[in-house]
Design a protein around this ligand. Structure first.
Ligand code: FPP
Length: 240
């Protein structure tokens, strides 16, 4: 099979959770109502991971572009994140979920950052599922921040610029401890990457589904995973 590889279950699944706003609007409700429904789905999907054989789950909660939304929506989302982190802590710790955050924390409220730090610390010995939440995350921004950190090392004489390759840069990304995603799912019928895991998804499979995120159930998740297992990944090689 050369470099090709058939995988029964993707080890790392990344999800662009899209469609909360439309889901709420279809019910004549404000957009935040959809985000709250979306948060309940996050819980269901995280809980499903061990049974479905997913070891790493990475979710896009807030992008570097999402600050352009109305002030009401942005502050409502920030409040929701805080509430979610507080209310889920016990459950996540007990379920063996290791939580990490990726993205730039600099623009986030200090109370939110304190909760993020605390949850990372409280779950740092867990290993059942690795949940990574992308908050104020953008793929280009991540590569730019990694380049800045790498440049500092070069300027300090600790890295020889002639030795810099893709592997070197990857060590400075927010995701340096995670494997690359095998599968990226986007809900709500949009077929765009929207600056999510640009570097890491170079060889990922993509699945775009029409379901709006608040309607994305555990059963549909299981179906998407089983459709993935029938695909063959070649990593640019020719099978033979
Ligand atoms: C996209 O839907 C969704 C977001 C920008 C926010 C994602 C947040 C959640 C699912 C809430 C909870 C998350 C955590 C981690 C607790 P959209 O608003 O772009 O929907 P639209 O395209 O229909 O307008």
């Amino acid at each position: 099979m050369g470099n090709s590889k058939s995988i029964a279950t993707p080890e790392h699944v990344a999800i662009i959770m899209d469609g909360n706003g439309r889901w709420a609007q279809a019910r004549g409700k404000p957009r935040l109502f959809g985000h709250h429904a979306g948060a309940r789905r996050v819980r269901e999907i995280v809980e499903a991971c061990p049974d479905l054989g997913v070891k790493y789950l990475t979710i896009f909660a807030f992008s570097t572009e999402n600050w352009k939304r109305t002030q009401t929506e942005v502050s409502g989302l920030m409040k929701l994140f805080k509430r979610y982190l507080m209310s889920e802590t016990k459950e996540l710790v007990e379920a063996g979920v290791r939580v990490r955050f990726i993205g730039d924390r600099i623009k986030l409220d200090e109370n939110l950052v304190a909760l993020m730090d605390e949850l990372e610390l409280l779950t740092c010995d867990n290993d059942t599922v690795h949940l990574t939440i992308a908050l104020n995350y953008g793929g280009r921004d991540e590569v730019a921040r990694a380049t800045k950190r790498l440049s500092r090392e070069v300027a300090a004489g600790r890295i020889d610029p002639e030795t810099v390759d893709a592997e070197t840069l990857a060590r400075f990304l927010d995701t340096y401890v995670l494997p690359d995603p095998d599968l990226v799912i986007r809900t709500s019928g949009e077929a765009r990457i929207s600056n999510f895991l640009l570097w890491q998804s170079a060889y990922s499979e993509y699945v775009f589904i029409d379901t709006l995120w608040p309607d994305f159930s555990r059963d549909e998740f299981a179906r998407v995973l089983s459709s993935f297992s029938t695909r063959e990944r070649r990593y640019g090689a020719v099978p033979g």
